[in-house]
Design a protein around this ligand. Structure first.
Ligand SMILES: [Zn+2]
Ligand SMILES: [Zn+2]
Length: 175
């Protein structure tokens, strides 16, 4: 595919949410036969293969990644998820626990599914259709990014351990 056409395809896919904005961090190696997510052709061992750990792991040719990365620039800073790692997310979760805008998860039951067009319940940025998302079971229903859910779950477990009091009443019902 000519570069111009490829660039146009990437732009359209980013706009439609089919493709998530390319992260800065990638792993490069020799091609291992994966299909390039950008151009759709196999990455041969004679080519450089980039492993891209986004919401899902995908593989691209080195030149294809460059185009994807360049076309992703307008999305940088739009939601900031690109620069947020698990530690930052746990910090967000802790703050939201503290100010009461996020409940502590009572359990670790959830569904993993294809991204739905929804805002993440943890970081408040959009979940792209190409991403996997986590649906937390219970009311109200919350969709989150996988990494956000992980941060939420880890902090919930930590928080539950702190909250466990040996004198906890079996009946919390005060009616
Ligand atoms: Zn490619
Ligand atoms: Zn999120």
């Amino acid at each position: 595919m000519p570069q111009i056409a490829l660039r146009q395809t990437v732009r359209e896919r980013l706009a439609s949410g089919w493709l998530f904005p390319a992260p800065h961090k990638v792993w490069a190696g020799k091609g291992t036969g994966h299909v390039c997510v950008v151009c759709g052709t196999t990455i041969t061992p004679s080519e450089v293969e980039n492993e891209v750990d986004g919401p899902v792991t995908v593989w691209t040719h080195l030149p294809c990644y460059s185009i994807w990365r360049e076309e992703s620039k307008p999305y940088d800073g739009a939601d900031g998820t690109d620069r947020i790692d698990l530690g930052d997310l746990r910090q967000i979760v802790r703050l939201r626990f503290a100010n009461g805008t996020l409940p502590v998860l009572p359990h670790d039951e959830s569904w993993t599914g294809r991204g739905v067009s929804d805002l993440c319940g943890v970081c408040s940025s959009p979940i792209f259709a190409a991403e996997s998302s986590q649906e937390v079971i219970g009311a109200p229903r919350v969709h989150t990014h996988l990494v956000c859910y992980r941060a939420w779950l880890l902090e919930s477990i930590a928080s539950r351990q702190v909250d466990e009091r040996p004198s906890a009443e079996p009946h919390a019902d005060d009616s």
